[in-house]
Design a protein around this ligand. Structure first.
Ligand code: AMP
Length: 208
């Protein structure tokens, strides 16, 4: 399984990715998680990335692409991978095409988790995320049910940043839907349903 996940922030890409990873053991490559880890470690890259993330903007391509290439080269990604949050614009999609061609692999699909923006705004503003493993849940969950870590509200899930992230998504990431449709590998699922129902569809559409 080698797939790209598409969809607005908060559409449920990460949740569906986690379920696929648990069931099929493929690598979950989330650029948001990789960047948050760099911010937490206060690495040079993390310090640079933070200002863009806090502003709801995309981190410059040259910072993100290196992270993804490094991750794709690891052993677990050779079995299969789910790219979650990458590519985020057409330039990143072109780099990914080149990288995968060099690795001699082809994408099985680009899976769009489709959710209306008004639903997204509600979801993001009530979302809490585990500081340790990235698990997400609603506002009443204070301890991560998966690893026991602390649940917190991401800075960019605060109302003042949500709209900016959606604007960024619309301007830069949404064109990728057409990009992958043009390649004949776009798969669409309705993400405005309970997680397990969406997952049934995801598996069906991926032929699993
Ligand atoms: P996410 O967890 O995918 O919502 O990502 C959180 C933030 O990390 C985004 O709002 C961007 O600032 C940054 N980010 C994540 N993935 C990328 C990417 N592929 N390209 C540029 N910035 C990214």
């Amino acid at each position: 399984m080698k797939i790209v996940l598409l969809g607005a922030p908060g559409a449920g890409k990460g949740t569906q990715a986690q379920k696929l990873v648990e069931e099929y053991g493929v690598a979950h490559i989330s650029t948001g998680d990789l960047l948050r880890a760099a911010v937490k470690a206060q690495s040079e890259l993390g310090v640079k990335a933070k200002e863009y993330m806090d502003a709801g903007k995309l981190v410059p391509d040259e910072l993100v692409i290196g992270l993804v290439k490094e991750r794709l080269a690891k052993d677990d990604a050779q079995i299969g991978f789910i790219l979650d949050g990458f590519p985020r614009n057409t330039a990143q999609a072109a780099v990914l095409d080149t990288e995968l061609a060099e690795m001699g692999v082809a994408l099985d699909g680009a899976l769009l988790v489709d959710v209306a923006f008004d639903v997204i705004v509600k979801r993001l503003s009530s979302r809490r995320t585990c500081r340790s493993c990235g698990y997400t849940a609603g506002p009443t969950v204070t301890v991560c049910p998966r690893c026991g870590g602390e649940m917190y509200q991401r800075d960019d899930d605060k109302p003042e940043t949500i709209q900016k992230r959606l604007d960024t998504y619309q301007a830069q990431t949404e064109p990728l839907i057409e990009y992958y449709d043009g390649k004949g590998i776009l798969i669409k699922v309705d993400g405005d349903r309970p997680v397990d129902e969406v997952y049934v569809d995801v598996k069906k559409e991926l032929g699993l």
